[in-house]
Ligand binder design. Structure first.
Ligand code: HEC
Length: 149
């Protein structure tokens, strides 16, 4: 019995090591500046930009600030899947290219997601503490989002 468990552990370790070699492309743009960026369109106050960049941009932009454990598989696949889905819904770098209708809908949705604590995703803030928004920050950000035309 002990032998079987040992064998299984060795196989799991082997699979873990092998999947480390499968690394999807990084979400990075080498520091490009976007004239269509959300913070550019709204001339966001520094306080708001800081919050969005710390708590949202890792998934909702073309540039993710990865930390070392983001590279560890199988988590890495999940990270990239979240980024892909997030950018599909909302890419802060592309804001200026969205129609007025879409911007309005997204502003609404952003305020709601932040206010109800659905964004940033809990699975992400568990490991990325710097992205956690305090109660006060949530209030300030939600209020600001609701004030935008
Ligand atoms: C860990 C990655 C991650 C972070 C960080 C993150 N999001 Fe998201 N976001 C997603 C994913 C994935 C989706 C699409 C699936 C979903 O709705 O759950 C999404 C969807 C959204 C949507 C569209 C929701 C809808 O259905 O209309 C909005 C708006 C949004 N996020 C806003 C934000 C804001 C604002 C922040 C920062 C306060 C943020 N997100 C941070 C991953 C993230």
């Amino acid at each position: 019995m002990k032998k079987v468990i040992k064998k299984i552990l060795v196989i799991i370790l082997f699979v873990f090591l092998v999947i480390q070699f499968f690394q999807p492309a990084l979400n990075t743009d080498d520091g490009r500046v976007y004239t269509t960026d959300f913070t550019h369109t709204y001339k966001t106050p520094a306080e708001i930009s800081t919050m969005l960049k710390a708590s949202c941009y890792d998934c909702h932009s073309n540039n993710t600030n990865y930390v070392w454990y983001d590279y560890v598989q199988p988590g890495r696949w999940l990270v990239e899947k979240h980024i892909r889905q997030a950018k599909n819904e909302l890419n802060f770098n592309e804001w200026g290219n969205y129609s007025a209708r879409k911007q309005e809908r997204l502003l609404h949705s952003m305020a709601e997601q932040v206010e109800t604590g659905q964004m940033p995703l809990r699975s992400y803030t568990l490991l990325h503490k710097n992205a956690v928004l305090s109660k006060d920050q949530i209030e300030v950000l939600t209020k600001w989002l609701k004030e935008q035309p």
